[in-house]
Design a protein around this ligand. Structure first.
Ligand code: ZN
Length: 607
């Protein structure tokens, strides 16, 4: 009975998955209306399915039968996950509580959709046109070229990352940086249009999540969220984060003292404000390590980066990536085949790299179709890879910063996890059924290669001259690798602690807002405290519109695993050693969710 049920659910999942994907990357009033009209129906279907007594009874009987022991490990895990999900889906609730559970799920789905729509609308609602050339001093030429208004001497800046980040990093005009920082940090908050304000949504989402937890018999939503994860309890996660914070703090304090002293003495910026940090940091880095992000960017044209990435995965895993064709939703989008060493098709992916008004911010991988056996044939997996990089300007290929390259490798790591699976059952194929706090292992693992000379020298070439990356520039990049890493670490910990406490010991019924909790967390964890009017929670899509609620710590959790996994490559003859790559493919990427992540990790790394 599991197979026909999977068939039926896959049909709905794929159809709705396409709509949800377009809602995220090609938003329009019509699509948004259609999405929101149908969201309650789809949510209702999954809720009812999760509480279906007849199915629950069949899974329970299967789990207790002699047949169960004869199943493959992957199938046993699917049954175990299903039983767990029935319980978390409210299948054991008394009949009179089920309608309330369903009602909450429906409302939460709508609130999440609304949260990301508001954020996109608020991002698009703001722009700044500058006509005074003096005000754009310091901003790199390619950024100005992209901002240039047709037919007149004026530049338009927006809150989309390819426009926002370089202004914060390079604009000499402090007032311009402040204006943009303020616009970005107050998006979707009470200062703007009421219909785009995410504050009431947050105030509604949190008590609803708590109510779900109470219905299911858990003290908080954090406990519910952790059931299918590697971590055991919110206390364990907080302990892990606090330990990291303690170790990172002295480094972060030193980073900040240096930055403050430099900004005061060399740039005349005192006190150092939030809108000075990226600017002063870039200047300090240029002074200390004698190179700029902008200089590095010239060596990372898109075509060279993609070719280098595909070459790397060819060496590591023996796969070949080649352009292919398929219907796409936007002219920016490309499609690729991935072939195995024997020439067989392993999977395919869409690549949608550039920022645009209709696309949600950030970068992510999503599955369009998962690998599974269909009778005698194998259905190959398909992935969506989405980023928000600068598009090409001035007839040149798009130029990526080194951070962009790292982001691309990260998402490609998720893509490989989805595409290189050998599992034949949908429920644990690719990233399905993988514990959420282990899901960032293959992605963060891939980031390491962006720092390897043997990888970069094949990947980077100057956009105008075609020259390879100079060894001297690489050495400077490497020397600067840990520049301000203490500050970056504490920032991630601050978000992780905020997210965990928000869903754990924070009582949404008390007279205290999420913003107030964040300020409390900052007072304890952060060394850099943003202005009082900074409304970070209002744009924290990961936890309010994504799947990371009480799970943002996953980045730090999996980083430890990924660093350890990468150690195996560093200990090999070369970091691109194919036999170590093959083992990583076999023990981690190929097995998907068919066994616990800790087992896969041990199988690869030993111990
Ligand atoms: Zn990721």
């Amino acid at each position: 009975f599991v197979a026909p049920l999977e068939d039926a659910n896959e049909r709905l999942g794929r159809a709705w998955g396409q709509v949800a994907h377009l809602h995220a990357v090609l938003d329009s009033p019509e699509l948004r209306a259609a999405y929101n009209d149908n969201l309650p129906k789809v949510t209702q279907y999954w809720t009812e399915l999760g509480q279906n007594q007849a199915l629950f009874a069949k899974y329970r009987a299967l789990g207790a039968s002699a047949q169960f022991a004869a199943l493959t490990p992957a199938r046993r895990r699917i049954v175990e996950n299903a039983l767990r999900d029935f319980r978390l889906g409210g299948a054991e609730l008394p009949a009179e509580q089920k309608p309330r559970y369903a009602q909450i799920q429906e409302e939460l789905a709508q609130l999440s959709a609304r949260f990301s729509e508001n954020l996109l609308d608020a991002t698009n609602a703001w722009s700044l046109v500058i006509e005074d050339e003096k005000r754009v001093a310091g901003i790199p030429q390619d950024v100005l070229q992209a901002a240039r208004q047709e037919g007149r001497r004026a530049w338009k800046f927006t809150l989309h990352m390819p426009s926002y980040l370089p202004v914060m990093q390079y604009a000499d005009d402090r007032a311009l940086r402040e204006e943009m920082y303020r616009a970005s940090a107050t998006r979707a908050a009470e200062f703007g249009k009421a219909e785009m304000d995410n504050t009431p949504l947050i105030a509604r989402i949190l008590p609803l999540r708590r109510e779900i937890a109470h219905l299911l018999g858990y003290p908080s939503y954090a406990e519910v969220s952790l059931v299918p994860k590697m971590a055991d309890s919110p206390g364990q996660v907080i302990g892990f984060l606090e330990d990291l914070a303690r170790r990172a703090r002295p480094h972060a304090e030193r980073d900040l003292d240096e930055l403050r002293a430099f900004a005061r003495e060399e740039l005349g910026l005192a006190p150092l404000e939030s809108w000075d940090i990226a600017y002063a940091s870039e200047k300090l880095r240029q002074k200390r390590y004698a190179f700029s992000d902008q200089e590095v960017k010239q060596y990372f044209p898109e075509d060279a980066v993609l070719a280098g990435l595909f070459r790397l995965v060819g060496t590591l895993y023996g796969v070949r990536v080649a352009p292919a064709s398929a219907a796409v939703w936007h002219e920016d989008v490309r499609f690729f085949d991935v072939h195995d060493a024997d020439g067989s098709l392993v999977g395919q992916f869409y690549l949608d790299l550039y920022a645009r008004d209709t696309k949600r911010g950030g970068a992510w991988m999503d599955d369009a179709r998962a690998r599974r056996r269909r009778d005698a044939a194998i259905q190959t997996p398909v992935a969506y890879l989405t980023c928000n990089f600068s598009r090409p300007v001035g007839g040149k290929p798009a130029l990526f910063t080194h951070d962009d390259v790292i982001t691309l490798f990260h998402e490609f790591g998720h893509g490989l996890h989805h595409l290189l699976t050998r599992v034949e059952d949908l429920g644990v194929s690719g990233i399905s059924g993988v514990e959420w706090d282990a899901v960032e292992l293959p992605s963060q693992f891939m980031e390491n290669f962006c720092w390897e000379w043997d990888v970069l020298r094949h990947l980077a070439r100057h956009v105008d001259t075609g020259e390879p990356l100079p060894r001297a520039l690489y050495d400077k990049m490497l020397a600067a690798k840990n520049f301000q890493s203490g500050l970056a670490m504490l920032r991630q910990i601050e978000f992780s602690v905020f997210d965990m406490r928000l869903h754990w010991d924070f009582d949404p019924a008390a007279q205290r807002s999420a913003q107030q909790l964040l300020q409390e967390v900052r007072a304890k964890v952060a060394v850099l405290v943003p202005p009082e009017w900074n409304r970070f929670p209002n744009s924290f899509s990961h936890i309010f519109a994504g799947g990371y609620a009480a799970g943002y710590y996953s980045y730090k959790w999996a980083e430890v695993l990924s660093a350890d996994a990468y150690g195996a490559f560093e200990e090999s003859r070369s970091v691109t050693d194919p036999s170590t790559g093959a083992r990583f493919r076999d023990e981690v990427l190929a097995v998907g969710g068919s066994r616990p992540a800790a087992e896969s990790f041990r199988a690869f790394r030993g111990g």
